[in-house]
Design a protein. Structure first.
Length: 245
């Protein structure tokens, strides 16, 4: 977990950003503010196989700019910029329509921008990735990953008009936004802990991990109402924590 704060980073926190890894593939899934520093702390940016950005809200992607600067002008130049400038593909960056235009590096040769669409299925290293649209403002894509029978789903941002069931049945690990508690339901296109737990239970998810909590909202309160709705223990994301999937 490189960052898991919702909408804005709290003290010592970071926006949404996660390393999802197999033996031979490292996927950076979202890159919110503060996540690149944590990537440098707990991982190796040069080992990243690809970046997936779920939507254009700044708390989910703006540290791509730090990554691109490092890759184009810093220690990552040999790995990414020189490869991109010499006929290579550079760093694959998958993003929905509209996001690329916001980047200072929209035309950088060392970033290989690739546009995502709902229902798209891709192979990224040893992972099979599937994308579906969520219930959110700008084009936003939830992500389902599988590798050698292990399955992982990430909600990105969504209101209750979407369900993880759209990514299939039998999901092993579900990383789901739970931005606030039930008294705030309906105020924004986000989920409460109770809504996240209810969705996960209905979909038959094996394990639920909550993320994207507003820094001003109690983590225990969100987790408790999610556990009540889910019917069993729920994990809460925190910076630096790793989970098997």
């Amino acid at each position: 977990m490189l960052g898991c704060d919702g909408s804005w980073p709290g003290p010592g926190g970071a926006g949404s950003g996660y390393l999802v890894q197999t033996d031979d593939t490292t996927l950076l899934l979202d890159a919110g503010p503060g996540t690149f520093a944590n990537l440098c702390r707990w991982g190796d940016p040069a080992a990243v196989t690809a970046v997936v950005l779920t939507h254009e809200h700044p708390d989910h992607w703006t540290d791509l700019e730090s990554f691109a600067t490092w890759a184009g002008f810093g220690p990552g130049r040999a790995r990414f910029r020189d490869a991109g400038g010499n006929g290579g593909n550079g760093l694959p960056v998958y993003a929905p329509p509209g996001l690329r235009k916001w980047s200072h590096f929209a035309q950088a040769s060392w970033l290989d921008w690739r546009e995502l669409a709902p229902a798209m299925v891709l192979t990224i290293g040893s992972m099979r990735a599937r994308f579906v649209a969520t219930d959110h403002g700008p084009p936003t894509l939830a992500v389902g990953l599988d590798c050698d029978g292990a399955t992982f789903a990430y909600s990105a941002d969504s209101g209750p008009g979407w369900s993880v069931e759209e990514l299939g049945s039998g999901i092993g690990t579900f990383l789901c936004e739970a931005t606030y508690t039930r008294e705030s339901e309906g105020t924004l296109q986000h989920l409460s802990g109770a809504e996240a737990g209810t969705m996960a239970r209905s979909a038959g998810v094996a394990r639920l991990i909550l993320t994207h909590r507003w820094p001003t909202v109690s983590a225990d309160a969100v987790r408790r109402e999610a556990e009540t709705a889910f019917g069993r223990p729920v994990d809460q994301a925190s910076v630096g924590v790793a989970f098997d999937w």
